[in-house]
Design a protein around this ligand. Structure first.
Ligand code: F6R
Length: 239
């Protein structure tokens, strides 16, 4: 894993966007996987600008959603689907056939797991943009997870259940999530882990200074030397 510190979020976003442009230039039907939430939003906004300027042809890319809270779907503000659609998929005018995400309201979550596993094994992942939780989670792979798994259902940690309330405009009782697994993520051709803002500075330090361990999921990304851990000045202030 390579740590890259940027003086501003904007420079960091520029770098990620250029990487994505390059990925699509090399492979117009690239498979791109995105975390939802606050961190990737500025990248998504910049990609929307590029799309509107007609600079990059996104018409053949495929999009994968990384995870979802169980018990909600796109109709609930704060679901991963809602954030991905509103922040990214809709303004990018992606077609439905380009998009594959988990349905957290499915009556058969095992089917959701099989469906997403099949898509990932057939298409692979060319690029994944990850964010990091305050406890080091990646996607919803929480501390003490099983890194050998593909997509799976997880119990959300206490801290995640507390932090996730920031996404919702009403109170929700969600204790489980569904997420792509580390086995799949580590096979992605290009992996960027992004962290911005001071509130991420402690976990950034922990990840940088710790040996790979399931207690801090992000540290297992160190298994891949080419993973880029991109942080802005605030998130990187302790490293
Ligand atoms: C969400 C996801 C999570 C978030 C992490 C940080 O799809 O993968 O791991 O990336 O919880 O969330 P924000 O960016 O909102 O601080």
């Amino acid at each position: 894993m390579n740590l890259k510190k940027f003086d501003s979020e904007s420079e960091l976003v520029d770098r990620i966007v250029s990487t994505i442009k390059q990925v699509i230039k090399n492979k117009p039907d690239a498979v791109l996987c995105f975390a939802c939430g606050e961190t990737p939003r500025p990248v998504m906004n910049r990609l929307v600008e590029l799309r509107n300027a007609g600079v990059v042809d996104f018409s053949r890319v495929r999009l994968l959603g990384l995870d979802e809270w169980i018990g909600v779907d796109r109709s609930t503000n704060g679901s991963c689907a809602q954030m991905l659609y509103d922040d990214f998929f809709t303004p990018m005018r992606f077609r439905e056939d380009q998009i594959s995400i988990f349905n957290g309201l499915s009556e058969c979550l095992n089917n959701e797991i099989s469906r997403m596993n099949q898509i990932v094994s057939e298409l692979g992942i060319d690029f994944v943009l990850l964010g990091i939780g305050l406890n080091g989670h990646i996607g919803l792979n929480e501390p003490n997870f099983n890194p050998k798994r593909n997509a799976n259902i997880v119990d959300l940690s206490e801290i995640t259940q507390k932090v996730m309330t920031k996404y919702f405009d009403k109170s929700v009782h969600i204790s489980k999530g569904i997420t792509l697994g580390f086995k799949q993520l580590l096979k992605a051709k290009k992996i960027i882990l992004m962290a911005t803002g001071e509130r991420k500075s402690e976990i950034v330090k922990e990840v940088v200074e710790s040996e790979p361990s399931i207690t801090i999921p992000a540290t297992l990304l160190k298994e891949r030397k080419d993973v880029l851990f991109m942080v802005d000045k605030e998130a990187g202030k302790m490293v």
